[in-house]
Design a protein around this ligand. Structure first.
Ligand SMILES: CC(C)(COP(=O)(O)OP(=O)(O)OC[C@H]1O[C@@H](n2cnc3c(N)ncnc32)[C@H](O)[C@@H]1OP(=O)(O)O)[C@@H](O)C(=O)NCCC(=O)NCCS
Length: 321
């Protein structure tokens, strides 16, 4: 799709999937056109009108020191008169031709069946991380039990006391921290596969988000910036949407964030080593629903989807971000 067609694509989504097309001005251009990894929205046409669409979100993935390409498909929509004629499948297949991996996150059960039928495999479960750092109030709601469990685990169960001798301080700012390879470099353990996002991505994804206000919580020990978390404060909780910094100092970054944003902090991620790190620091984790799924036309890359650990923060719905 060409840049000049952005308006007709937006109109198509508003008409056929109003629940998924955000109201905010400029969200489509932000989501697809401004992505530093490229603009790639695919459409099927019947003469001049759009019959089907899929917005690809390209990303680069680090695997054994090699940067490969992946694309998440979002807002896949075929207009009702054109359904069950192979357009949906064709859109997914074009992705497989042009990227090392076609990826998908947060799908419904029906969607998952469709992906399985197309040969996609599961690379990991999305999980919710949850920490309640102050004593919860008694309220009649399903989450109260989880809040108490988390608070007790935080108070008495965690090994976080191991870094009690490190004094950290937190600075919260509206702009992404300055470029620095130790902050924005490889964020996951060497055997894991994860996205390569530099400062441009962070500015695009968070600083320029068209309808959410994110802030950047940098954790310092002395003058050294150890890392930072990207957070969004809501009425009831702080959402931790992303985490940057070296693996070794990540526990201190988490501790700083937990101390600065008192109460409930929650986020969504995928990856077993992230899961272990959160739990070790006293943050509970639970199944969030949705799975990271993928497929590659290259058999050896396809195998990596189930053989390797894949790490991502945040799912693909606004409630995760
Ligand atoms: C999901 C969607 C994109 C599929 O598009 P499509 O062009 O109709 O799909 P295809 O014709 O390529 O179907 C490919 C296969 O997917 C499966 N499939 C598609 N629609 C299905 C449905 N409603 N129920 C069960 N299986 C379905 C079938 O196995 C189908 O193969 P078959 O027709 O040989 O049985 C379309 O139904 C749609 O726009 N739905 C609403 C939006 C949505 O759910 N989008 C996906 C989330 S982003």
């Amino acid at each position: 799709m060409e840049r000049r067609e952005v308006e007709s694509a937006e109109r198509f989504l508003r008409e056929h999937a109003p629940e998924r097309a955000p109201e905010a001005q400029g969200w489509f251009a932000w989501q697809y056109v401004d992505n530093p990894d490229g603009f790639d929205v695919r459409v099927c046409r019947d003469k001049d009108s759009i019959a089907g669409i899929s917005g690809f979100i390209p990303c680069r993935l680090d695997i054994d020191g090699v940067v490969r390409t992946g694309a998440f498909s979002t807002n896949t929509q075929v207009a009702p008169p054109y359904r069950r004629q192979g357009l949906g499948q064709a859109l997914h297949e074009t992705r497989l031709r042009d990227y090392d991996w076609a990826l998908s996150s947060g799908q419904s059960a029906a969607n998952r069946r469709l992906y399985e039928q197309l040969g996609f495999v599961v690379s990991g479960d999305y999980r919710r991380v949850f920490v309640q750092t102050t004593r919860p109030r008694f309220r009649f709601r399903a989450q109260t039990l989880r809040e108490w469990r988390s608070w007790l685990f935080w108070r008495f169960g965690a090994q976080r006391h191991a870094h009690a001798d490190h004094a950290v301080r937190v600075e919260v700012e509206p702009h992404a921290p300055p470029d620095d390879p130790t902050l924005y470099g490889s964020r996951f353990d060497g055997s894991a596969v994860g996205p390569r996002w530099d400062r441009r991505h962070v500015v695009w994804r968070y600083e320029r988000h068209p309808y959410f206000t994110y802030r950047f919580a940098s954790v310092f020990e002395g003058e050294e910036r150890l890392g930072f978390g990207v957070v969004r404060e809501t009425r009831t909780a702080t959402v931790l949407v992303d985490l940057y910094g070296r693996l070794a100092t990540r526990p201190l970054v988490l501790r700083g964030i937990a101390e600065r944003f008192r109460g409930l902090i929650s986020g969504v991620f995928v990856g077993a080593s992230l899961d272990r790190m959160f739990r070790k620091e006293g943050w509970l984790t639970f199944r969030a629903g949705g799975q990271l799924m993928g497929k590659s036309n290259d058999p050896s890359l396809h195998r990596q989807l189930s053989e390797r650990e894949w790490c991502f923060f945040a799912g693909d719905s606004d409630s995760d971000r």
